[in-house]
Design a protein. Structure first.
Length: 464
């Protein structure tokens, strides 16, 4: 009876042992077989280093895929092998074995999910997958995804303060306005987007979706960046500055796009901005002098503002563009009164950030000046860029800007010089010195007579 009871218990124990040992033996044989394949198939002479696409995620760093390329073909592709987190350590061992054959031949793609999920993220551009593209691949990849998902314009956009819209990337990009630039000296027309972003915006691999009225799908163009101002620390983020983002349009199309969206290949299916494309048109009557003023912010002296505007009118300025941010009621009343006469074009332009600081205003100053110049590229012959505390005073015997520049052009013609812009010497009149009593109280600038002029002195070397 005792022998009969021990026999089934022994058989049951053996069965449990075999069931537990079978998965372990299977994994060992599988990994050993792949290791032998790599050792037998790859030699140092056959290995050819490559720089393929990477797939990384923000999760754990378990191994997901190994790709080895030789002179002939891809011989090791274990992308379907990583099926669970338990196999991560085994594949790390395979990695060490492969690196002993040739370190430069292995290209790793680490992620917290299996390789099939990473491949899906790479194709769709879903959030969580960070793609490292080769040069020129971004535009083709975005164009392929636009056709695949039949991307349409967004029904709603993410707006910041004022006219600013937001591109939701890893870090936000604030876009202000866009213009169609078709000047004759360009090889092809471009769409210029005025934006504010962090210092590493060039790593976002941005693209433009150019929406044309007749067609359902947009054209895709890769973005080129031009920095147009300094960088400042805002809201704890270093290096925020203004940029112009340029997108080349299809030269075979004669009509400009009517809208543009700025997108990132990492979140292509979440378009959060849609800007109208302004098309500057040549006018019959060209204004000789127009002013593009920096951002006017905070509380201002209304008498000083009126004096500044009337002085420029006296010197031959026909139109002044003023962008204002968080100004007081009296200053706003003065600007609206002048805008009704047509002499001032007044625009409210609050900063896009939650922080209303001086640095936030300084970041947007180059952006609004470039917005002004693009809007009036065909309307003005000369653009004067000054601030409320700056005046370009025509020197004697000239009484206005027209006489001053006519004399400057005549001097340049005598020496066969080509003039693209004009720079003027600075003279500082400090407010620390008390104003004189020689003029009316409302003429603030004329009452400050004490100043200093910056000169450049060149000294000759004395003969020995």
């Amino acid at each position: 009876m005792t022998a009969m009871l021990k026999q089934p218990r022994f058989r049951r124990s053996c069965f449990i042992f075999v069931c537990r040992a079978l998965p372990v033996v299977t994994m060992v044989l599988y990994v050993g077989q792949n290791s032998l394949i790599v050792r037998d198939s790859v030699t140092r002479d056959q290995i050819k280093p490559i720089k393929p696409r990477r797939i990384t995620t923000s999760g754990s760093s378990s191994l997901a895929a190994i790709t080895i390329q030789t002179n002939n073909s891809n011989i090791g592709d274990l992308s379907t092998a990583a099926r669970s987190y338990r196999l991560a350590e085994w594949y790390k061992a395979v990695l060490q074995t492969t690196e002993s054959v040739g370190e430069s031949s292995t290209v790793l793609a680490s992620g917290s999910q299996n390789a099939s999920e990473d491949s899906h993220k790479q194709e769709t551009g879903d959030e969580g997958a960070e793609l490292t593209y080769k040069q020129g691949e971004v535009e083709r990849s975005v164009r392929r995804e636009v056709k695949r998902y039949r991307i349409r314009p967004p029904k709603s956009v993410h707006c910041a303060r004022g006219n600013w819209q937001v591109l939701e990337a890893d870090r936000d990009v604030y876009v202000y306005s866009s213009f169609y630039d078709s000047r004759p000296n360009l090889d092809s027309p471009h769409v210029r987007i005025i934006a504010v972003a962090e210092y590493d915006v060039h790593t976002y691999k941005l693209c433009c979706l150019l929406w044309y009225p007749p067609q359902r799908l947009p054209d895709v163009a890769e973005v080129s960046l031009v920095e147009i101002g300094g960088k400042y620390v805002l809201e704890g983020r270093p290096g925020i500055g203004p940029y112009i983002l340029s997108c080349r349009t299809n030269s075979s199309k004669t009509d400009p796009p009517d809208r543009v969206s700025l997108v990132s290949p990492y979140n292509l299916r979440r378009i959060s901005n849609l800007l109208p494309v302004h098309v500057p048109q040549p006018t019959k009557k060209v204004i000789e002098f127009g002013v593009c003023m920096k951002t006017l912010y905070g509380r201002q002296n209304a008498l000083r503002l009126v004096e500044w505007l009337e002085t420029h009118r006296m010197w031959g300025v026909d139109e002044v563009n003023i962008y204002a941010s968080a100004i007081d009621n009296i200053t706003e009343t003065v600007l609206r009164r002048y805008s009704q006469t047509g002499f001032v074009r007044y625009r409210e332009s609050p900063v896009p950030f939650r922080e209303d600081s001086l640095n936030a205003v300084r970041v947007t100053m180059p952006a609004v000046i470039n917005d002004c110049m693009h809007r009036n590229v065909y309307r003005y012959r000369y653009v004067v860029c000054t601030d409320l505390d700056e005046m370009i005073v025509p020197g004697s015997p000239h009484h206005n800007y027209s006489e001053m520049l006519t004399a400057a052009d005549a001097a340049a013609t005598r020496v066969n010089a080509v003039v693209h812009s004009y720079a003027f010497r600075n003279a500082y009149f400090f407010l620390d010195f008390e104003p004189t009593e020689n003029g009316p109280f409302y003429l603030l600038t004329q009452r400050f007579e004490h100043g200093c002029v910056s000169y450049t002195v060149s000294r000759k070397k004395r003969p020995s």
